[in-house]
Design a protein around this ligand. Structure first.
Ligand SMILES: NC(=O)c1ccc[n+]([C@@H]2O[C@H](COP(=O)([O-])OP(=O)(O)OC[C@H]3O[C@@H](n4cnc5c(N)ncnc54)[C@H](O)[C@@H]3O)[C@@H](O)[C@H]2O)c1
Length: 355
C-alpha cells in the first residue's frame, strides 16, 4: 500500500519521531511508512498491549529506541548516524489530570525533555525541519474566545504550563540557534479523536472501553466545549505543512493552530450523545461525576492562519469523524489481530477520498 501525495516529498526522507509509540505517533509513523519514509522512533514502550505500536508488524517495520526522553543524549551517536532530515517531537506526558498528581515528572518530560532534544538537534547537521507538537491548552485566557496564534500564552495547571513552555522553548531555539539553518514548526492542536487511543482518562477511549465492559461512562465536565478533530486530519495537517514550507528555511518560527473543519466547539455531553446515537457498538449510558481538578470550560480554536497560508482545511466533519472512530474500535473488538492492516487501509482511504 503506497501513498504518493505531497509530491513525493516524504519518499526516502529520514525522519526522527519522538513519542512514536503513542496514539498520534503511531498514526504518523504508519502514514510516513506508507509514503516511503525511513523512520527512527524514540519513546517509552506503551505498557498496554492494545496500542498499534505493540503489534508485531509495527515493531518489525519501525525501529524504535525505547528510552526516556531525559536520556536522549546517551543515544546521540546512533541518532547522528541515522542522519535525520526531519524531527517531529510528540513525546510528552499528555494527560492534564495526571499532571496534577505527577507535576514534577510532567515538567521534566515536557519541558526539560524538549530542551535536551533541541540541544541534540543543534548537533544534527542533516536536520532541516523540526516540528514541535503543542496544544490548544497553551493559551492564557480562553473564555468565549476564538483563539488565534496571536493570543498570549499561559497555563494554570502543570500540563498546560508545560506545553506552553515547550512552545516558547522551541521558538527560542529558532531565534537563538536555528535562524539560518533549520525550520521550527509549532503546531497547537485541539482535542484529537480516532481509533488506537487507549488512554483511559480520555473521553473517547473511556467511552468504548466502558461500553465493552457494559459499564456507564462517567463524565467529569459535561458542559465543557472542545475543538474535537479526527487524528487523520491532524496527520494531514502536520505533513502538508512540512511539505509546503519545509523546502526552504524561513526566518521565523512557523506557528499554527490545527482545529476542526467548522471552527465549532462541541460540548462533551453532546459529543457523547452523538457517539451513542451513531455508533452501532456503543451500548452505554452516561452519568455525571464530580470534577476532581480544575479544567478549562471553553476552548475554541481558529484555524484561519493555516487555511490561508497552505490552504489546509479538515476533510472530515463530525459525523465522519464519529464513523471512522467507531469503525476502528468495532474492528478491534471483533478481530484485534487485524488492527495493523486495518489502520493502514483506513489511512489509504482517508488520503484517497475527497469526502
Ligand atoms: N491526543 C490529543 O488530544 C492531543 C491534543 C493536543 C496535543 N497532543 C499532544 O500530542 C502528543 C502525543 O500525544 P498522544 O495523544 O499520542 O499521547 P500518548 O500518551 O498516546 O503518547 C505519548 C507518547 O509520548 C511518549 N512519552 C511519554 N513520556 C515519555 C518520556 N518520559 N520519555 C520518552 N517518551 C515519552 C510515550 O511513550 C508515547 O509514545 C503529546 O505531545 C500531546 O501533548 C495530544
Amino acid at each position: 500500500m503506497n501513498l504518493n501525495i505531497y509530491g513525493d516529498f516524504f519518499r526516502n526522507k529520514r525522519i526522527l519521531i519522538t513519542g512514536n509509540t503513542g496514539f498520534v505517533g503511531a498514526y504518523l509513523s504508519l502514514t510516513l511508512l506508507m509514503m516511503g519514509s525511513k523512520i527512527l522512533g524514540y519513546a517509552l514502550k506503551k505498557k498496554d498491549l492494545r496500542y498499534i505500536s505493540n503489534t508485531k508488524e509495527y515493531k518489525k517495520k519501525i525501529k524504535t529506541i525505547y528510552d526516556d526522553i531525559s536520556k536522549i543524549s546517551y543515544h546521540k551517536s546512533y541518532i547522528k548516524r541515522f542522519k535525520p532530515q526531519i524531527l517531529i517531537h510528540l513525546a510528552s506526558q499528555p494527560i492534564l489530570s495526571r499532571s496534577y498528581i505527577e507535576s514534577q515528572a510532567t515538567y521534566e518530560t515536557n519541558v526539560m525533555g524538549t530542551v535536551k532534544l533541541l540541544e541534540l538537534a543543534k548537533e544534527l547537521k542533516s536536520l532541516k525541519n523540526i516540528l514541535v507538537f503543542t496544544s490548544d491548552k497553551v493559551y492564557k485566557n480562553t473564555q468565549k474566545k476564538n483563539l488565534n496564534e496571536n493570543f498570549s500564552l499561559g497555563g494554570d495547571d502543570p500540563y498546560s504550563a508545560s506545553k506552553s513552555a515547550q512552545d516558547l522553548i522551541a521558538n527560542s531555539y529558532k531565534y537563538s540557534f536555528f535562524e539560518k539553518n533549520k525550520n521550527i514548526f509549532i503546531i497547537r492542536a485541539g482535542n484529537i479523536i480516532g481509533g488506537g487511543d487507549w488512554e483511559k482518562t480520555r473521553l473517547i477511549p473511556d467511552l468504548f472501553i466502558s461500553s465493552y465492559k457494559k459499564k456507564n461512562i462517567l463524565l467529569r465536565n459535561p458542559n465543557a466545549t472542545r475543538p474535537w478533530q479526527h487524528i487523520l486530519d491532524v496527520i494531514n495537517g502536520i505533513l502538508k505543512l512540512i511539505s509546503v514550507k519545509g523546502g526552504k528555511v524561513s526566518k521565523k518560527s512557523l506557528i499554527y493552530n490545527i482545529g476542526p473543519k467548522s471552527n465549532k466547539s462541541i460540548k462533551v455531553k453532546d459529543l457523547i450523545l452523538d457517539f451513542i446515537k451513531n455508533s452501532k457498538i456503543i451500548k452505554t449510558k452516561y452519568e455525571f461525576q464530580k470534577l476532581k481538578f480544575k479544567e478549562k470550560k471553553f476552548l475554541k480554536l481558529s484555524s484561519n492562519a493555516i487555511l490561508k497560508d497552505i490552504n489546509l482545511n479538515a476533510k472530515l466533519n463530525m459525523d465522519q469523524t464519529i464513523k471512522l472512530t467507531s469503525d476502528w474500535y468495532s474492528m478491534f473488538f471483533k478481530n484485534k489481530a487485524n488492527i495493523f492492516d486495518f489502520t493502514k487501509k483506513e489511512i489509504l482511504f482517508f488520503f484517497k477520498s475527497k469526502y
